[in-house]
Ligand binder design. Structure first.
Ligand code: PMP
Length: 301
């Protein structure tokens, strides 16, 4: 169950958690044409701080533009709404979920005249996945880049993620991993993947993935702080299974080591050395302990 907080921000107003409701004929509920973000705020010595807020909001506005949705608030106003909501709900750390939907009023597949609703919820949410994950290569491929705009975080895309997750859990795995339409590694249902081989880092190149903000963080800090080489390329299943280390990266999962792909054990079933370094550095950055990356934190007040 989602831990309740006091208020949810709905179209500019702070509404009681229990009263934040939509009409059954809300357009996005029927066709999946909404967009959203997943952001985290962390506890720091200077109070809560939101990690890479600007980048997340930029992606939210990009995603909505793909669907032709005109958000009736500026990016600055949404930023302020999130900050105010954290204060009002008095949370120390939380997961933040902005959602933009086609509202109630019209049906049909050309929602030009539908009202646009913007909703921001947040709640304390610690870990999304456990550690030392076992992953299943899904029989479902990642959405085809010519069927939609994969770089947009569109609600309907997540049917693909839900199907892959159900399949993986049914077979006793912790998480799914999806291939792209060419058969290369794409990403997890809600996170990007990284491979370590001979101390070098690899990640699937853009094209069939959601280019994650955590992915960008990992690439940046691996190069700048850990002096590691990073290459974005097409990765085969064979390369994946031959990796020294594997890990997932995403806002919800943060940095999560993978220790098994199907029946193949990776890095002796334990978190690898490079993964550990990246995971620990990531934790230091998000909790405000790395001066160089304070620019990525928006402190509340
Ligand atoms: N891929 C998918 C499909 C996702 O849903 C997410 C989560 N937003 C990611 C990757 C990771 O993106 P981010 O690091 O921006 O959270």
């Amino acid at each position: 169950m989602i831990p309740k907080t006091k208020k949810i921000w709905v179209d500019g107003r702070f509404v009681d958690w229990e009263k934040a409701k939509v009409h059954i004929l809300t357009h996005s509920l029927h066709y999946g044409g909404g967009v959203f973000e997943g952001i985290r705020a962390y506890e720091t010595e200077r109070g809560p701080a939101v990690f890479r807020l600007k980048e997340h909001l930029k992606r939210l506005f990009f995603s909505s533009s793909v669907l032709g949705m005109k958000i009736p608030f500026s990016q600055k106003e949404i930023e302020k709404a999130i900050i105010d909501l954290i204060k009002i709900n008095k949370v120390k750390q939380c997961y933040i979920r902005p959602l933009v939907i086609f509202g109630y009023g019209v049906m049909g597949l050309y929602p030009k005249k539908a009202p646009i609703n913007v909703i921001i919820s947040l709640w304390p949410w610690k870990k999304y996945l456990g550690k030392n994950l076992k992953v299943k290569i899904s029989k479902f491929i990642r959405i085809h880049p010519r069927s939609t705009v994969v770089e947009a975080k569109i609600c309907g895309h997540y049917v693909n993620s839900i199907l892959a997750s159900i399949e993986a859990k049914k077979e006793g795995f912790d998480e799914a991993l999806l291939l792209d339409y060419k058969g290369f590694i794409a990403e997890g249902p809600g996170e990007n993947i990284f491979l370590v081989k001979n101390k070098k880092i690899f990640t699937p190149k853009k094209g069939s993935i959601l280019p994650g903000i955590t992915r960008d963080t990992v690439i940046t800090i691996a190069k700048q702080k850990l002096n590691l080489k990073v290459e974005e390329k097409e990765i085969t299943l064979r390369e994946l299974k031959n990796a020294d280390e594997l890990f997932f990266a995403g806002t919800a999962v943060e940095i999560s080591p993978i220790v098994q792909v199907e029946r193949t054990i990776i890095s002796n079933g334990k978190e690898g050395e490079v993964t550990k370094k990246i995971r620990e550095l990531y934790q230091r950055i998000v909790s405000g302990k790395e001066p160089r990356y304070l620019k990525w934190l928006k402190f509340i007040q």
